[in-house]
Ligand binder design. Structure first.
Ligand code: 1GP
Length: 254
């Protein structure tokens, strides 16, 4: 089964997933080992690897570390075309559909497409929507785009619909790394009621109860980065809070 097929199956079965985001630029190798161990213990569903900056060139080293230690699929979540390697299993081919920067909508994709076609990566086209999380974020600054205002669920729904009609396969609603507020629950509910695509939600998620509420509102995959960088042990409680939503469903959560 491909990664996308397992995401679609998860959505069809009502199973919620947790993705651990690792920024290869920020992570320390000692805490990476602990993070991988906890992710395994907690039955984490996916690793996302990426970030806005490339100061250290450690992408492949981080992926090799994960691959040596576990079988959790590794998806690239690239901040730029420099963050592509076929050492990962797949790639979120992100089009920044909340913005109006043509480079982020299609330009970078044209540069990357021939490489991706010849790589072993599973490429999943993803409508990436930046949502105002209460403070300026690296993504907004680097991409030179404005986020969707957090109280404008109608704009989020219309953007998601357009992405779906254009044939994108996933939606990623992101309040941005370290956001003060995560994506609002009413916005997630509105988007999930109006589209059939699996929905990834991330940005500013620090508490297990918050992750549980976001998944209950309609998020299919919850992404957490910063909170695990400072406390890898939190992976256990975060995973429980999300996966406990799957216990009344007959299929096991993976
Ligand atoms: C950012 O959605 C991710 O793109 C994760 O954000 O680091 O705030 O968890 P955090």
């Amino acid at each position: 089964m491909t990664i996308y097929q397992s995401i679609l199956k998860g959505k069809a079965d009502g199973l919620k997933k947790l993705a651990v985001l690792i920024d290869p630029d920020k992570v320390k190798l000692t805490s990476l080992e602990q993070t991988i161990q906890r992710a395994q213990d907690a039955n984490v569903d996916l690793f996302f690897i990426g970030g806005s900056m490339i100061i250290n060139h450690r992408l492949e080293e981080v992926i090799a570390n994960i691959k040596e230690r576990c079988e959790i699929p590794v998806m690239l979540f690239p901040g730029s075309t420099f963050q592509i390697t076929d050492k990962a299993d797949g790639l979120l081919f992100l089009s920044l559909i909340s913005g109006r920067n043509p480079e982020m909508l299609i330009g970078k994709h044209v540069i990357a497409a021939p490489y991706l076609r010849n790589s072993s990566l599973e490429v999943i086209s993803t409508g990436y929507m930046l949502i105002d999380g209460g403070k300026p974020t690296s993504v907004s600054y680097i991409s030179n785009t404005l986020p969707i205002p957090s109280d404008k669920s109608d704009i989020a729904v219309s953007t998601a619909l357009a992405g779906e009609m254009l044939g994108l396969k996933l939606l990623y609603l992101d309040a941005g790394s370290g956001a003060s507020q995560s994506v609002p629950l009413p916005m997630i509910t509105a988007v999930s009621k109006n589209t059939d695509l699996p929905i990834i939600v991330g940005g500013g998620i620090r508490k297990p109860a918050q992750a549980n509420a976001l998944a209950t509102a309609g998020a299919d995959i919850i992404v957490v980065g910063n909170a695990f960088e400072s406390d890898p042990e939190l992976i256990i409680d975060m995973s429980l809070a999300i996966h406990k939503l799957n216990v009344n469903i007959s299929t096991p959560h993976k």
